[in-house]
Design a protein around this ligand. Sequence first.
Ligand SMILES: Cc1c2[nH]c(c1CCC(=O)O)Cc1[nH]c(c(CCC(=O)O)c1C)Cc1[nH]c(c(CCC(=O)O)c1C)Cc1[nH]c(c(C)c1CCC(=O)O)C2
Length: 345
Amino acid sequence: MTKQGFNDTFLRACRQESVPHVPVWYMRQAGRYQPEYRKIREKYSFFEMSETPEVCAEVTRLPVEQLGVDAAILFADIMTPLKPIGVDVEIRSGVGPVIDNPIRSIEDVTQLKALHPEEDVPFVLEAVRLLRDQLHVPLIGFAGAPFTLASYMIEGGPSKNYHKTKGFMYSQPEAWQALMDKLGEMTVAYLKAQIDAGAQAVQIFDSWVGSLNAEDYRAYVAPVMHTIFGRLKELADVPTIYFGIGTGHLLQEWNRLPMDVIGLDWRTSITEARRMGIEKTLQGNLDPSLLLAPWEIIEAKAKAILDQGMEQPGYIFNLGHGTYPEVEVETLQRLTAFIHEYSQQ
Ligand SMILES: Cc1c2[nH]c(c1CCC(=O)O)Cc1[nH]c(c(CCC(=O)O)c1C)Cc1[nH]c(c(CCC(=O)O)c1C)Cc1[nH]c(c(C)c1CCC(=O)O)C2
């Protein structure tokens, strides 16, 4: 069924099937820690890179070839679909997304347009099509979750405590609901288009939703996540992954969502998540800061995580958040080889 030489280990782990070794990929596996990336980035802005399908495909393939990982993740940003719906966003190196026209009222929400992926982000879909011909590992498509996108749209950039976002949510609940609905529809349309173009799994990044407690998550965010994952399940037959930072206290809520894989950061161990009754596939969760430590320390920690992950089917090795620019390419190469070797059945 699979194309000759195609490595489907990652997809098998998503579906909790048996695997010849634990699959591994890394969040932010394409990025500034790679000299080749830095060289291309000198010539283009972030969006110019991701909006040129050939460059986007090259940057997506690079870590697959260089590190030997079991999945590719499309080179784009969670902000990519926001530009065409009317958000004036720019990515500043070392800072992150910065937005000149932050959301302040229901009127600002009403003005956001709907996303028509084929017309609005054709370069993303073209890159996916190119990559499906070129890759021998699954391609993961992705999107930002409504809460995390809203946090940038309301704060106007990165934030420490998301107080403007939460202030908006608590004081203008109808505008918040309208924003969640709009971003939810956008997310379904965007991911469906990526899947139709060839993405074999999709990950939704809700990096900053851990700033909410469980009760507020349930009231203000869970409904839209339920709708998004439910719609995706109806529309497509690909594994869905949900990831956030510091979301250990939300895992019971997450367990009820109609998605397949939970991405953990380093604060909640695989064993703790299993003890909480989480039966979904787990993905994670080496602290990316550990990649700056001597190899013996990295290896010991990776081994401990693998021992937990391999206790039952349905485990994917990853970092607990994205790689840092200071990480050596050799470290990730060695880690990938170690994960494969140690977990070989
Ligand atoms: C919150 C968030 C963003 N973007 C993303 C998230 C969710 C995951 C997370 O929490 O990290 C997701 C993302 N961003 C990027 C990818 C590409 C795929 C991959 O992981 O390799 C993915 C999946 C490329 C990128 N997105 C960005 C870069 C760096 C761009 C550069 O300056 O070259 C890359 C490779 C920019 C970006 N964009 C964003 C941030 C925080 C930054 C980093 C700022 C910095 O450190 O310079 C918003």
